[in-house]
Design a binder for this molecule. Sequence first.
Ligand SMILES: C[S@@+](CC[C@H](N)C(=O)[O-])C[C@H]1O[C@@H](n2cnc3c(N)ncnc32)[C@H](O)[C@@H]1O
Length: 332
Amino acid sequence: MHFSESTAMERDDVQTERATEDSTPGTGEFLREVLDGLSHSHRAIPCRFLYDAAGSAIFDRICDLPEYYPTRTERRILETNAHAIAAATSEEFRFVELGAGSGGKAEILLDAMQQARAYVCIDISPVPLASAAAAVRARYPGLAVSAVCGNYLGELDLPPRKGLRDLCFFPGSTIGNFERDDALVFLREWRNRLGPDGMMLIGVDLKKDVAVLEAAYDDRQGVTAAFSLNLLHRANRELGADFDTDAFRHRARYVSDPGHVEISLVSQTEQVVAIAGQTFRFAKGEAIHVENSHKYAIDEFAALAGKAGFDSVDVWTDDDALFSVHLLRVAG
Ligand SMILES: C[S@@+](CC[C@H](N)C(=O)[O-])C[C@H]1O[C@@H](n2cnc3c(N)ncnc32)[C@H](O)[C@@H]1O
C-alpha cells in the first residue's frame, strides 16, 4: 500500500483498523496500469486511480457543487425514506459500505436502523476511509466498526461475519463507473460474497436531460476538470511522468447508447510525454479516457440486478426522478 507523507495522521488511524494492504493500488500497480493504458490505440487509465488523497479531497468539493445534483439528491432520498428502508431490512445485520468516501450517508441510515450490529467501510482511498470510520465510531459507540482499505474489485480481508447477514450499501452511483457488462459481473460477485440471505442497497443515477448531465461533470468553477486532471498530476508526482497538465483539457460528453457521460482528457497540441523511460506521442485532439458514468432507467437497473441474481425489494426516488436508491435481496 502506498501512503504519501501528507497522509501520516490518517495512516495511523487506518493502521489501527483492518487494512488489506495488498489490494490497495500502490505505485507499482499505478505504473503498470498507466503504461498499459497509454499503449493502446484507445488510451485509458482506470478510474480508481482518480482517488488519491488529492483526488478524494477534490471529489468532496464536487459533492457541494450546484451542478452536481447526485450527492444532495441521494442524501434527500435517504433522509426521506430511512425508516421505510430500515423496515424493509428488518432482521439484524452487518452494514457493509463500499466506496464509503467521506460522504456521511451511512449515518442517515444507521440513525434509523436499530438492527445494525456492525459497520464495515471499504475504500481504496485511506483518508476518507479513516474519516468515515471515525465519524461512525463517534456517533454509535456501541457499534463494532472496521475499516478495510482496499479494492472492492479484488480480494478483501473482511472481518468475520459472526452469524450476521450482510446489508451492503453502495451509494454515490459509483456502480455507474462500471461498463454495463462489468456492473453485471460486479453485482454477481457481490451477490456471491453476500451469501443467500444478503441484501444490497445501491444508489443509481438516472437518465435525464443531457444538459443537466453534462453540467454535472463539467461545472463552471472547473472543479470536475481539476478532479480529472489530478490523474496527470498524480502520475507526475508518483511516477515521475512529465505530463504538461496545461496541455490537456477535461471533456465530459453524454453518449446516448447505452447512456453514459464519458470523461476524457484531450491533448490540446501534438506532444510527447515521458513516463518511466517510455515515451507516448499524442496527436492534437487525442484523448485519454478517464471515467464513464453510466445512467440507467429504473427498470433497466432492476433488470440488470435480476440478471445478477438479485430480487428487487423496493426502489425510492426523488420528485424530479433524478436519482434512485434500489433495495435488492439475493434471489432464492
Ligand atoms: C463516486 S465516489 C462516492 C463516495 C461516497 N460513497 C458518496 O456517495 O459520496 C467513489 C468512492 O469509491 C472509492 N473507490 C473507487 N474505486 C474503488 C475501488 N476499486 N475499490 C474501493 N473503493 C473505490 C473512491 O475512493 C470514492 O471514495
